[in-house]
Design a protein. Sequence first.
Length: 42
Amino acid sequence: MYLYETIADTLERSIERGQLPAGTRLASIRTMRVPMVSASIR
């Protein structure tokens, strides 16, 4: 969970700086659920 929050924070900062398009946030949070689930299975 901590790692997920760190990645999300980093993404939001990148979006705020204009490095990533705003639509990236939703897409990447969706793709981040997969590593989160597989990590919790371990």
